[in-house]
Design a protein around this ligand. Structure first.
Ligand code: BV8
Ligand code: ZN
Length: 241
């Protein structure tokens, strides 16, 4: 039985790689996951980038090219519909670096771990849209420095983005849901422990995750089935389906 928050309630929804899996983007920790071919230390840490920037640029260039061929799926679309139809605030906090939530129409969005289609200059801190390849000779459009551009991605050991905005929403939300995340990476995996005791919690995942124990309600299955069905139920509950 799904829980029905009141229409003016704030909803916070955390998403992970599992919500983009059916759009053809690889997750991290599945058997064919990204971490099977690359060591996290080599491609998703500042040390790895300093040690071998070409390897890291190749890793992200390949993912940018894959993203250009991917489309949002019904799970992304259902969450955009929830934001557009729900009377209260809906804040979507994604660990994903793809732009599929935006392309599905989500507006109120936090990219906790950065964005694949943006680059940042280590000299002037300028963040710019970057759909194409990056390499160690790329010139910064802001300050003209060359070789100082990096993917605008939060690597392990680096500070996630907009944590204060997320913390503020977690403190006042009546419902917190997590969709498509294995619950291994902190601080995102700890968000479910930060909400008020009266906040309802829902997990939507293909398999149980490392944090399943912390959720009151769980829907197991493919995101393209469980997320639209869950959103429909919420909207029917307020007569807005
Ligand atoms: C931080 C880069 C301090 C972007 C990512 C020791 C040393 C240093 C740090 C640490 C340490 N020990 C712990 C830490 C902290 C560390 C951490 O948590 N490490 C873990 C591994 C132990 N965290 C950090 O370093 C973070 N920074 O801590 O700074 C701090 C702390 C608090 C407050 C302030 C400062 C930085 C974390 C960000 C790292 N960057 N990636 C990129 O390349 O993409 S994390 C990486 O994992 C991705 O961003 C990804 O989003 C994230 C989480 O993975 P998931 O999204 O959950 O994906 P996964 O493959 O794991 O799971 C997919 C799930 O989907 C599965 O459950 C599967 O069943 C499900 N699924 C699959 N298919 C479907 C599906 N579900 C539904 N439908 C389907 N079809
Ligand atoms: Zn610059």
């Amino acid at each position: 039985m799904s829980h029905q928050p009141s229409p003016d309630a704030t909803l916070v929804i955390l998403t992970g790689a599992g919500i983009s899996a059916e759009s053809g983007l690889r997750t991290f920790r599945a058997e064919d996951g990204l971490w099977e071919e690359h060591r996290i230390e080599d491609v998703a840490t500042p040390e790895g980038f300093r040690r071998d920037p070409d390897l890291v640029h190749r890793f992200y260039n390949e993912r940018r090219r894959r993203l250009a061929e991917a489309q949002p799926n019904p799970a992304h679309e259902a969450l955009a519909r929830l934001e557009a139809t729900w009377p209260g605030e809906v804040l979507l906090v994604t660990q994903n670096v793809d732009d599929l939530h935006e392309r599905a129409g989500t507006r109120n969005l936090v990219h906790l771990h950065g964005e694949l289609l943006k680059a940042r200059c280590e000299a002037c801190r300028n963040v710019v849209p970057w759909p194409g390849d990056l390499d160690r000779t790329t010139v910064c459009p802001g300050c003209g420095c060359s070789g100082r551009m990096r993917p605008h991605i939060v690597w392990f050991g680096e500070m996630p983005l907009e944590l204060d905005r997320v913390g503020e929403a977690l403190a006042r939300c009546a419902l917190f849901a997590a969709a498509g995340t294995s619950g291994h990476v902190y601080p995102a995996a700890g968000f479910v422990e930060l909400v008020e005791i009266k906040t309802h919690t829902v997990e939507l995942n293909l398999q149980p995750s490392a944090i399943s124990h912390a959720f009151r309600e769980q829907h197991l299955g493919f995101a393209t089935e469980t997320v639209p069905r869950w959103v429909e139920g919420l909207l029917q509950g307020i007569g807005r389906s």
